[in-house]
Write a new protein. Sequence first.
Length: 454
Amino acid sequence: MVGALSATCIGAALTGGASPNLSDDCQIGAYRFTDGEIVDIARSEGNAFRWRKFDGSTGVLHQKEEGSWTSTLGWTDRPDGHTASFTGCANGEIEFDGKKAHRIPFNVTDILFEGRGGVKLAGRLVLPKGNEGIPIVVLVHGAERESARESYALQRLFPAENVGVFVYDKRGTGGSAGKYTQDFETLADDAVAALREAKRIAGARCARIGYQGGSQGGWVAPLAATRASVDFVIVSFGLAVSVIEEDQEEVALEMRLKGHGQEEISKALEVASAAEAVFESNFTKGFERLDAVRAKYRNEPWYKDVHGNYTHFILPYTAAEAREKFKDSLPGTPFRYDPIPTLRAVKAPQLWVLGQDDLEAPSAETSRRIKALIAKGKPITLAVFPHAEHGMTEYEIASDGERVSTRYAPGYFAMMRDFARNGQLSGSYGASLVMKPKMDSPPATRAGTNTQRR
């Protein structure tokens, strides 16, 4: 529901080789062309499938009357020229752009394990075929309420690149028991249990293991890493600020992008502060203050542009309506949680991957705080992708002025793969600006060049 409290995930159900089918769609899986390139096919909305390649290109396949499939670019409705045929998918073969590709078989183990308080959680270990030791990534949920086992495509993309994955449904979602919560402490303990289970099942094949958390998972994964022995932590489009600060930052950024000056931004933040207090109280108090600021400003021309991460949800509603509609919408959320002490305490190398244009999890202050930790000697690598937003997607501006994503940022998937393999980055990762730990490299370099930035 809520911004970085609501992950943009990449997904759909896992099939391939000996893996169980959670769907009747034989199309779903990761496929390899004869030249080694990979294409992943995932369920999309309606009778459609999303394809992804490891370079970040993506689109949605729509079926035509004659049985062929044609693609639209990214999340737009514009044709991109790609085509597919699934007539042979029952035998593990598809055609994409006229070239045959074969489903990649994985070793898959589906299990139930115990999270905090003995709650039964549904998990899955996906390993590439073979016996050699490999890195394993435990995927930590964002705030979404759907099944991660059904919706995370990294459970195929990473194993296709010889990196194992443990994916699990957070409590209260998918096949997991318990009540849905956004309490970081509980979710971190569940992530520790997931890591322990992944190591147990993988046995000798686990050469190194760590977390990848997107969006809300960027708060949870580092916290879990202070409670378990890990080799790395990857945070994707996460935040090094509190939940309250996240909303404030988003309000200010959106107002600025819409051309408002500092005086109007300050007034908008006053509105947001009142709304945030209502959320923080779980709708038990603060409505008098909220009503007062709404009455004060609602007729001003800038008021319609106040949005934020969750402020905008309650602005149109009376106190009674808001209580009915939104109470318990963010169960357990620690609105004042300060992640910096946790980030200081993590001993394992961390990779923070941020989108410079992220609206849901504004990256400027988080980037500044991560750079400060790097300057103090913490083993953190920061990568910022220009023209990328939440979900690490690039975008274009539609005719209605809204952003529409076109692809994942080039280099994003490869960056995470490489960090899982050895805890550091080397070479070029698209247009990203990479800042490495002080002991490893100069302060900041544009990936693929030797140009330093101050």
